[in-house]
Design a protein around this ligand. Sequence first.
Ligand SMILES: Nc1ncnc2c1ncn2[C@@H]1O[C@H](COP(=O)(O)OP(=O)(O)OP(=O)(O)O)[C@@H](O)[C@H]1O
Ligand SMILES: [Mg+2]
Length: 261
Amino acid sequence: MSEQTRHELRIVDLHVNVDDKPIVKGLTLTVRSGEVHGLMGPNGSGKTTLAFALMGHPRYTIESGQVLLDGEDVLSMSPDERARKGLFLAFQYPAEVQGVTVASFLRTAVNAVRGGDGKEVSIAEFQRLLREKMELLEMDRSFAGRYLNEGFSGGEKKRNEMLQMAILQPRIAVLDETDSGLDIDAIKIVARAVNSLRGPGFGALIITHYQRILRYIEPDYVHVMMDGRIVRSGGKELAEELEEKGYEWLRQQLADQSVAR
Ligand SMILES: Nc1ncnc2c1ncn2[C@@H]1O[C@H](COP(=O)(O)OP(=O)(O)OP(=O)(O)O)[C@@H](O)[C@H]1O
Ligand SMILES: [Mg+2]
């Protein structure tokens, strides 16, 4: 088998402001293909802000720091370019797109990401890919003909987003998961989509509140974000420990450490 190229998303000392207020305050994290990272943290610690900054949302100002994908400066790329380079970002609140069906949206997305140089995906190939991935995610065929996100339930939006990820096959995916509002089936769908892509060519950063989703997607690393920074990193046992003891336990530990220093 030919050696698969490894990929790397490197975030270095990132500072992000929202309306002049510092929210992400010096975050450093590297996600390589072949790895799944969980990012946890209390409400308001800056997790979604990090995801929006990675997406290139204009409201989120990068004050300083670097984001590199395979050594290339992500922050100077347009959102489209980020996607073409293999970055996939899924959000807590996907938007409705009027008059566009799921299938046609996905086909446009695939061609935007994989196309270029006239290598557009043929209709037959796209149909095959769509069928395969819809089966994987246990989606009804009629779903492909519905208008994007129009009247979708929370779980359907999530399935649609995961279908998009499974079809685009990104190098590095950043998923911001609310957990709340997702029933256990939806969580399993997210897990199935991530696990189906898992391998040497794919890496993921899964942002979550609870350890729940990480039971289905076993992370290689778990990080805890507080007040805009990563304050603790470990293996999957860190998520279990937090679930059991809560963030207050970690806050106390960090306070004790800083007193001892
Ligand atoms: N667009 C915005 N306008 C105003 N404040 C914002 C905006 N986006 C983020 N913030 C503020 O930044 C802080 C961090 O928010 P963020 O959504 O990144 O936290 P989070 O870690 O994702 O929280 P949660 O776990 O609740 O999803 C909060 O105090 C929030 O109010
Ligand atoms: Mg959030």
